[in-house]
Design a protein around this ligand. Structure first.
Ligand code: ARG
Ligand code: ZN
Length: 857
């Protein structure tokens, strides 16, 4: 029984204020709520409030109890049959945080009481219309034992506090009306890092990051990132923090992040940073998610979603904002490439599988299953295309106009598009199809050059995926430039707006056939087919001033090589590696110092699922064998330049977090991978030395990951030693599970499964469970697909187990198995059998049922 966008109707009541009085206790918490309610329209209707596992203890309307036939209360719903036009409703419920395993509502976590409400968790705390279009002003009084819960936090501003015997209380008031999903409470013992920020308007904001005692000093980088995000949003979008107090909480053993108003919540891995245990990638991730949750304060909190079909309105837009923030921080061009990699790895397969859905879905069963790469990543791409079409300045102006116009409201993606249309004076009628058509268009470019007329013709065509509904052509911005094969550009870069199935562009006055640079900056989320020669791709890979096209050209060339080689027998592959593979690597290495980060990206061989983009079948084994043969060939043929560059890069200061230093370390790890691929002892000793000596933690950890893929006797000992060295650092132990679970060594699936019995593993530690299971099920392209089917059986067992525990995010783990139809036998059958086993198990949740049956089709 799906929920449908078309069935939306406004809530018939307005709830102006809610006052909560919460007596906190791990076993039994008492929640008293006072709602001021008034009818929206003229007609009287019952008042229906959501609930989940609530025990009603008291109910009063305008101070009086209701007759038994005046209301219906169940743990999951409260209905008042005939309320007056305007009234006060008081409820008192009991809830049981220690028994709440769902990770939603109020629950007990590492000796603290915390909440997580998005999307539908608030109904586990009190009876309320738990939907994003009901905005109320919250006052929250928290009361708890002083010893156990020294700090009592909620949204907004602390107004008063006091003590009463063993207990104490704090009263919080959030001046801004908000939807229930960004309500939050945190109570417990923390150590706090404090700072402050003065906004462009001269308002003081007190900043606090609350973490596990002993960890406050390790919050300094997150604090710096928070201030950088404040500054960036002021500078780029003209948006300042609207509260005098901004709290951030870092929770151990927790995964994810949440933009609760004035009280952002993060798993510790999103906050805690220390060069001794944090990789460059983690540093960048912390900066990004700190930025992401802060940017939600405007795009999501001040202006929110009318219903969950509009989820991308806040997530796509906020993702775009965090991307733009990071692009300003890292080596130019590289972060855009990282985004495209993420999109191709996570979103393209979604498009190509049974979970395909548009950025604005028309229906869903369980909203939890729709926090997808399509909503976040493709949603961000849609808005980025609009930014490309109207220009960065007009785009910012339009976003600002949208925030002014809809401040304090819950709106739709169409409301945003309408505003952009009006402010930037564009017609988005055709562009809006992107919101409703699932799947990804393929753009092909055919070309001709006429030397007599000195003229080139380019024909751009688009086709839509065959499995989708017969769609209509999309409005696709294609950034385009022409290079002179003898060096330099021909003319200026152009923006082509492809609106028809096919369009031709003629360019005159060209002395010779140009090399086209297509889809610069990845100007649209499409698959691209252009028949460039190896020599042309090499030219672009080295010489294009657009980082994306340079990288993508190298990727295309390597992909071509892998696919070609994959047609050969594995034993013959080493001898048949196409010469262009080594040649491109040679050219890129020669120029490596100019842009080390870009070079690292260009030299990294494409992996699944990128290698199979656009193919109906994933020839997994032959792709992997061919990919390895190419790595080996490059590692051997270029051993000397690789070695000397590797040595030169060892001089980077491990404490230097500047973009060039991070890029240099990244390149060094890519080179180490080629050294290992070459298969000689020198590479292995370099790897072992790097694990021991780094010199940075990044280099040590990356080397461990690389060794994890090698069939070497040193592998297990190295993993054990690394665990021993960091056993007191939970965040490193999480990463250790990740490195192990990503391992691609031969037959390693048994070892990975056995890791579940390791004394450091605990399924109720969410960050560890995500690191371990997530890496194996979502990302390991080899061990998960072990031909025995053990990986698939393990996934099914754990999906069932987590579902039974009431704590499943099943959609998250389906990324690979959802592709079962594209795999060879016997994998296809083995995967289908496991899906059928889950579907045939009685008593599974609606959520698991939805994803498994969708997968089976
Ligand atoms: N709104 C959060 C963010 O993007 C993510 C919430 C995820 N919630 C969920 N129920 N899956 O920052
Ligand atoms: Zn978000």
């Amino acid at each position: 029984q799906p929920v449908r966008l078309a069935d939306y109707r406004p809530y018939p009541y307005v709830i102006d204020t809610i006052a909560l009085d919460i007596a906190l206790d791990a076993d039994e918490t008492i929640v008293r709520a006072t709602l001021s309610v008034r009818r929206r329209g003229a007609a009287a209707e019952p008042l229906v409030l959501d609930g989940k596992n609530l025990q009603l203890r008291q109910l009063r309307l305008n101070g009086a109890e209701l007759p038994a036939d005046g209301f219906v209360a169940t743990p999951d719903r409260l209905e008042i049959m005939a309320p007056p036009a305007e009234f006060t409703l008081e409820t008192e419920v009991a809830i049981h945080p220690a028994r709440n395993q769902s990770g939603k509502g109020l629950f007990w976590h590492t000796n603290r009481l915390i909440t997580h409400c998005e999307a539908e968790g608030f109904r586990r705390i009190t009876y309320f219309p738990d939907r994003p279009d009901v905005l109320a002003t919250y006052t929250v009084r928290l009361e708890a034992d002083r010893q156990a819960f020294p700090l009592l936090l909620s949204n907004g501003i602390p107004m008063e506090s006091g003590e009463a015997g063993q207990r104490h209380w704090t009263l919080w008031r959030d001046p801004f009306p908000k939807p229930s999903y960004i309500f939050a409470v945190m109570a417990g013992r923390f150590e706090t890092l404090r700072d402050h920020f003065t906004t462009a308007e001269g308002q003081e904001v007190s900043l606090a990051i609350h973490a596990e005692p002993g960890e406050a000093a390790r919050c300094a980088f997150a604090m710096d990132s928070l201030k950088a995000a404040f500054r960036w949003d002021e500078r780029v979008f003209g948006l300042s923090c609207d509260l005098p107090v901004y709290n951030v909480v870092a929770l151990p053993a927790y995964a994810g992040a949440q933009e609760n108003k004035g009280l952002n919540l993060f798993g510790a891995d999103g906050i805690i940073a220390d060069p001794a245990i944090t990789t460059d990638e983690d540093f960048a991730l912390i900066r990004r998610i700190i930025g992401h949750e802060y940017f939600h304060n405007w795009t999501g909190n001040r202006v929110t979603c009318r219903d969950w079909f509009q989820l991308s309105l806040k997530e796509g837009l906020t993702r775009l904002r965090d991307q733009l923030f990071m692009e300003d921080e890292l080596e130019p061009g590289t972060y855009r490439i990282e985004q495209v990699k993420t999109l191709r790895r996570n979103q393209f397969p979604e498009d190509d599988g049974p979970a395909a859905h548009p950025v604005q879905p028309a229906e869903f069963v369980e909203i939890e299953n729709f926090y997808t790469a399509t909503i976040y990543e493709k949603g961000a791409e849609l808005l980025r295309m609009l930014r490309t079409l109207v220009g960065a300045e007009r785009f910012v102006a339009a976003i600002r106009a949208y925030l002014v116009r809809f401040d304090g409201q819950a709106v739709t993606i169409d409301d945003l598009f309408d505003t952009i249309e009006r402010e930037a004076d564009v017609d988005l009628a055709q562009f809006r199809r992107w919101l409703h058509q699932p799947g990804r268009p393929t753009v092909t470019v055919a070309r001709e050059y006429d030397p007599e007329r000195r003229e080139a013709r380019f024909t751009f065509s688009q086709r839509l995926p065959v499995n989708g509904e017969p769609g209509q052509p999309l409005h696709i911005p294609i950034a385009f430039a022409l290079f002179d094969p003898q060096g330099g550009h021909f003319g200026k870069p152009l923006l082509i707006e492809l609106r028809d199935w096919s369009q031709t562009l003629v360019i005159a006055d060209l002395p010779r056939a140009p090399v086209p640079s297509i889809l610069r900056q990845f100007s649209a989320p499409v698959s691209l087919e252009a028949d460039l020669s190896d020599e042309e791709l090499m030219h672009l890979a080295v010489a294009d001033d657009d980082a994306f096209v340079a990288w993508n050209s190298a990727q295309q060339l390597f992909t071509r090589g892998v696919r070609e080689l994959a047609l050969e027998q594995p034993a013959a592959m080493d001898a048949l590696v196409p010469p262009a593979m080594v040649e491109i690597a040679r050219r890129l290495l020669a120029d490596a110092r100019r842009a080390p980060g870009l070079t690292a990206l260009r030299l990294s061989l494409p992996d699944e699922p990128a290698l199979s983009e656009g193919l109906d079948r994933i020839p997994l084994d032959s792709h992997m064998a061919a990919r390895n043969a190419i790595r080996r060939a490059i590692g051997r043929a270029l051993a000397d330049p690789i070695h000397s560059l590797y040595e030169q890069l060892s001089a980077i200061d491990p404490l230097d977090l500047s973009a060039p230093a991070m890029s240099g370390r990244n390149l060094r790890s890519v080179l180490l991978d080629f050294r290992l691929a070459a298969g000689d002892e020198k590479g292995v000793s370099a790897c072992l030395a790097q694990i021991e000596e780094g010199p940075s933690f990044t280099e040590a950890f990356e080397a461990l990951c690389l060794l994890g893929h090698c069939d070497r006797p040193e592998r297990q000992a190295a993993f054990e030693a690394f665990h021993h060295r960091y056993r007191d650092q939970p965040l490193v132990v999480d990463k250790w599970f990740k490195a192990y679970a990503l391992s691609r060594a031969t037959g390693v699936i048994d070892e990975i499964i056995a890791l579940e019995g390791h004394s450091a593993f605990d399924i109720s530690n969410t960050s560890r469970a995500v690191a371990y299971y997530g890496s194996l099920f979502r990302q390991n392209r080899v061990a998960f697909h072990d031909a025995s089917g053990k990986g698939y059986r393990f996934l099914a067992d754990r999906l069932l187990m987590m579902d039974q525990m009431g704590r499943g995010h099943p959609a998250f783990f389906m990324a690979q198995i959802d592709q079962w139809r594209r795999h060879d036998e016997p994998r296809q059958t083995l995967m289908r059998e496991q899906l059928q086993r889950i579907a045939g198990t009685s008593g599974i949740s609606r959520s698991l049922d939805e994803v498994v049956n969708r997968s089976l089709g």
